[in-house]
Design a protein around this ligand. Structure first.
Ligand code: DC
Length: 224
């Protein structure tokens, strides 16, 4: 079988990586894999089962019961937990908090490693997350690390939440983002940092179309 193409897109919250990854996958006909959704699903499991999201021992004991499967439909990636489509339930602010906490646990990262790698085995993929280029797919042919000023990212996220009718202030969004940035980039295991061979992509000044075009250029150059 011919070798598959793996494209890793990492970066902090609000850096626009999922919007970019989704658009690129559509343009290139690749599978889009949103790994944050998988951590969110473990977080949801913890919440539903009354397990504290930082209790590594208690959560590890339940790993045999955490059955996560990915599917793809018209709306993109679907996540199943024990056969139930939880794609919507994992998007609440509470699920985000749980996801952030469980993602710092080494046992959880280890537990989710093979699911992520297997997904990339037989498909051309664009996978987004925090440690795709460093840990999950270190052999990815293209690694992009998204960077944008925290104020720019917070502003984007604030507008997104306002559009969804959420009652938040910019200051709250900025402060939450700073907390998550610190947690994600300073944790002991798989922190959100660029791989040595990643291309740092600052899209702070670019709209989505220009971002996609520039990323396609990077990909073309790398794949030649
Ligand atoms: O990208 P997201 O906001 O849906 O991710 C949810 C949480 O999962 C986030 O706090 C960081 C964590 N995460 C991670 O640690 N590693 C990944 N590859 C993807 C997400």
């Amino acid at each position: 079988m011919s070798q598959t193409v793996k494209i890793a897109i990492d970066g902090p919250a609000g850096s626009g990586k999922s919007t970019l990854a989704r658009a690129l996958a559509a343009r290139l006909g690749y599978l889009y894999v949103d790994t944050g959704a998988i951590y969110r699903t473990v977080g949801l499991f913890a919440k539903r089962n009354g397990i504290s999201p930082d209790d590594e021992n208690a959560l590890s004991q339940r790993f045999p019961d955490i059955d996560i499967k990915l599917g793809w439909g018209e709306k993109g990636q679907i996540v199943y937990l024990g056969g139930e489509d939880v794609s919507e339930s994992i998007r609440t602010p509470e699920a985000s908090m749980y996801a952030s906490a469980v993602s710092a646990l080494p046992a959880v990262r280890n537990f989710l490693l093979s699911l992520q790698r297997k997904t990339a085995e037989n498909n051309n993929v664009i996978m987004d997350g925090r440690d795709i280029g460093t840990v999950i797919l270190p052999d990815a042919q293209v690694k992009i690390f998204m960077h944008a000023d925290p104020a720019v990212r917070a502003h984007r996220r604030y507008l997104e939440l306002c559009e969804k009718g959420k009652n938040v202030t910019y200051e709250e969004v900025f402060s939450d983002m700073q907390t998550r940035d610190t947690n994600d980039s300073t944790r002991a295991v798989a922190p959100c940092v660029p791989a040595d061979d990643a291309i740092i992509f600052d899209n702070g000044e670019l709209g989505i179309d220009a971002t996609v075009e520039k990323a396609l250029q990077i990909i073309k150059e790398k794949l030649i």
